[in-house]
Design a protein around this ligand. Structure first.
Ligand code: FES
Length: 70
């Protein structure tokens, strides 16, 4: 299962999640959450951002975490 507007590819044994944000740009990150390594490909696109659905960290397209739910 993958979030809307996204897919995964493997490059040199690294899984990459690629998603198209609502403005239409393509973004890519390693398909591994910084928190507990859950696949971000199971996440949800929120505007340009991607949310990990395990504990809810929200990632900018450059990989920065901008929200940590309490
Ligand atoms: S594993 Fe992604 S938020 Fe915890």
């Amino acid at each position: 299962m993958e979030p809307n507007n996204s897919f995964t590819i493997t490059i040199l044994n690294d899984r990459i999640v690629i998603w198209r944000s609502e403005p239409g740009q393509l973004h890519g990150l390693q398909d591994r959450c910084d928190h507990r390594l859950a696949p971000l490909s199971l996440g949800r696109c929120e505007g340009e951002r991607l949310r990990c659905m395990y504990h809810g960290l929200l990632f900018e397209p450059d990989g920065r975490v901008v929200e940590i739910p309490v």
